[in-house]
Each structure stands twice: as structure tokens, then as C-alpha cells.
Design a protein around this ligand. Structure first.
Ligand SMILES: Cc1cc2nc3c(=O)[nH]c(=O)nc-3n(C[C@H](O)[C@H](O)[C@H](O)COP(=O)(O)O)c2cc1C
Length: 351
């Protein structure tokens, strides 16, 4: 069996080049861009307008990167794939058949393709014919429990010569809630002759390895858990070598947040980039003494220099007190998933 791979799953609004770079630093084997609307991109007169430029940006150190397309119009998907290939910066094209958001499925895109297998196959064939880049598919098990179409679509992907498939072990009806169906993923993995990456519900490194073992997958794609702990990829490598994972102390967390903001400023206006850091600070600093007060003070910060000064000052204070460890009692109440269900529902709306 090939060495298993651990990928960063695509997340709209989150997995830009800057965050992906941090995950690559921690040893992620691959990543995917946020989804790109093929109707807009494939027909745009200026496909490299600033909005697209940011999503399509790639930093030099990114190991393996697929660009993800979403859409149900085969011609627009094909044209988008051609344009992506012409950029010469991606290792593969990925097709999104998993997005459950109402407005996305309402126009027949994302997970809606799971209940129209013929249309899904037409989209897959059009993209494959349009590009010489490897093509991948990301999908859910099916629309609902009564319509499990992943086995059929994975077979079609294989017949069309797709490179791999990432399978989120939930149906569209489940959105981001409820248990992931491990036996259903395993059945697909056992039948497939192309690599299948299992996805959904991983919360820590040990979880990822259990998921890999139980699904017989070629690797695991990790989404929300990486937002809170991008070092999950390093932890996985440590566990696989027989080591034990360590708790990340304040200096590493603060350095990571400063690096993330600095990288984000390469593609976003400074004020917007700093504003976006608030959610990452909420996830990464959680459990350190006084982290909630830092989050409040961050609300007034708009420049990278002030952001850095605030975090460095905070770290300085912790160092002086010798208080650099995470305090479990200060962590927000654990939820089933890294992003709470309420957040996930809200996110699903704008996905
Ligand atoms: C905020 C957010 C945005 C997402 N955006 C995308 C996307 O653009 N493309 C995609 O294929 N999946 C997207 N997903 C789904 C994730 O890739 C993944 O399949 C899902 O979160 C389950 O994995 P996890 O439990 O490890 O997070 C998104 C998920 C979240 C929470």
C-alpha cells in the first residue's frame, strides 16, 4: 500500500494561500483552493480580476495544490478547467459535488449533482476532456439516506480516468451534523481502483489515524480540525513514528498567528486581513490565560504592526508570569466538531 496522505480539505473563506502555507509548513501533503464558481470564472472577460486573483493565488512552498471548480454547466466547467490549466500553477483540477448550501444546491450545483448522476457524469466528462491536468472529485455519500450515489459516481470517475476522489462520509441532508458513515466510506474505498481520501469529523491526529484504518482509505482530508490546530499534520506524522503529540505553547501559537497575518497581507488589504485574523485568533489562542481579553482588544486593531504589537505584548506578559501552557478549563465547551454546529450552519449559508 502507498504511504497514506493527509490533506487539508477545501474551506470557502478559510483555505486561502496563507492558511494553506501554514498547514504545508506543518507537513500537509496537499490542499485544494476554495471553490471557484465556474459560471463566473469560465465566462469572465477578465478571469484574473482581483477577486479571482486572490482565490487562485499560490505561494511557492505549497506542495501539491488542486484548484476546485463548482458548477453544473458542462461547458462553463470545461472552459474554467482550460483557464485554470493555462495559468500553469495548479497540480490538478477538483470538482465540488459536496457543497450543501441551499443557494448552491438550489441552482443545481455542488451536492445537487448527487441526485442527478447523468448531469454529474456530463460535468465530469467535460472537465476531463478539457484539461490535461489530473482531475479529482470531491463528493458526499449522496443526497440523503435513500439516495446514496457516491459508489456509482466514484465508478464513473474511475472510468473517466480521474486521479482521485475525496469522500465526505455524510449526505447532503446531514449538512455538517451527525456521525460520519465509516462503513459506507470503507465500501467505496474497497471497491475503488483509484485513491479515495476519507473526509469528515476528524477532531485530532489520533482520530485521523483511526479514520484511515477503519475506512481503508488512501488518506484523510481534514477540514475544521485544521482551522483550530493546523499542527494536526505534524501531530499525525509524530504518531505515525510512534511518538506522542505535544501541547502547543503560547510562543508557537503567537508566531503562527503573526505569520498567518503577514502572509494574508500579501493578497488582501491590510485592514481586511487583520480583521480576518480575529476568528483564527479565537481558535488558536483559546485556552491561554487572558485570551478572551486579547480578542476584545483585537477588535480595535486595523494594521499589521498593531496586530503584531498586541500579540507580542500579550506573549511577553505570559512569559513574565511563566504561564505559557493551555489551560483546559479555559477552553470553550467542546462541540462535536471544531466549528460549532451553529457556526457550521451559518457557514453553510454563505458557502
Ligand atoms: C466553512 C466551510 C467551508 C467549506 N468550503 C468548501 C469548499 O469550498 N469546497 C468543498 O469541497 N468543501 C467545502 N467544505 C467542506 C469541507 O471540505 C469538508 O468536506 C467538511 O468540512 C467535512 O470535513 P471536516 O469534518 O474535517 O471539517 C467547507 C466546510 C466548511 C466548514
Amino acid at each position: 500500500m502507498q504511504t497514506p496522505e493527509f490533506l487539508l480539505a477545501p474551506m470557502d473563506g478559510m483555505t486561502r494561500a496563507s492558511f494553506r502555507s501554514v498547514c504545508f509548513d506543518y507537513g500537509a501533503d496537499g490542499a485544494t483552493t476554495e471553490m471557484i464558481q465556474s459560471l463566473a470564472y469560465g465566462r469572465a472577460k477578465r478571469p484574473m480580476s482581483p477577486a479571482f486573483q486572490e482565490v487562485l493565488a499560490r505561494f511557492p512552498g505549497e506542495r501539491s495544490l488542486a484548484a476546485q471548480l463548482i458548477g453544473s454547466d458542462p461547458a462553463a466547467m470545461a472552459e474554467s478547467a482550460r483557464r485554470l490549466e493555462a495559468l500553469g500553477r495548479f497540480d490538478a483540477v477538483d470538482i465540488n459535488m459536496g457543497c450543501p448550501a441551499r443557494k448552491v444546491v438550489g441552482s443545481g450545483n455542488g451536492a445537487a449533482l448527487l441526485k442527478s448522476p447523468e448531469r454529474a457524469v456530463a460535468v465530469m466528462a467535460a472537465v476531463k476532456a478539457a484539461t490535461s491536468l489530473p482531475v479529482r472529485l470531491k463528493l458526499r455519500l449522496g443526497w440523503d439516506a435513500a439516495h446514496i450515489t457516491a459508489p456509482l459516481l466514484v465508478q464513473q470517475a474511475e472510468a473517466l480516468g480521474f486521479q482521485s476522489v475525496t469522500l465526505h462520509g455524510r449526505t447532503r441532508e446531514q449538512m455538517y451534523l451527525g456521525p460520519v458513515d465509516v462503513p459506507a466510506i470503507r465500501a467505496v474505498c474497497d471497491a475503488a481502483r483509484i485513491p479515495v481520501y476519507a473526509n469528515g469529523g476528524v477532531t485530532c491526529a489520533a482520530d485521523a489515524l483511526t479514520f484511515l484504518r477503519d475506512t481503508h482509505a488512501s488518506g484523510v482530508a481534514i477540514g475544521r480540525a485544521a482551522l483550530k490546530a493546523p499542527w494536526i499534520f505534524e501531530d499525525i506524522a509524530t504518531l505515525r513514528r510512534g511518538g506522542s503529540v505535544r501541547s502547543r505553547r503560547a510562543p508557537e501559537r503567537v508566531a503562527l498567528l503573526i505569520r498567518l497575518a503577514t502572509l494574508t497581507c500579501a493578497h488582501r488589504p491590510e485592514g481586511v486581513a487583520v480583521c480576518e485574523m480575529r476568528r483564527f485568533c479565537g481558535w488558536i489562542l483559546a485556552g491561554l490565560t487572558g485570551f478572551d481579553a486579547v480578542l476584545t482588544r483585537l477588535n480595535a486593531v486595523v494594521t499589521l504592526d498593531d496586530y503584531r504589537a498586541l500579540l507580542e505584548g500579550y506573549l511577553d506578559g505570559l512569559e513574565k508570569r511563566g504561564d505559557l501552557e493551555i489551560h483546559p478549563e479555559l477552553l470553550p465547551k467542546p462541540t462535536l466538531d471544531t466549528v460549532s454546529h451553529r457556526q457550521a450552519r451559518r457557514m453553510a449559508k454563505w458557502m
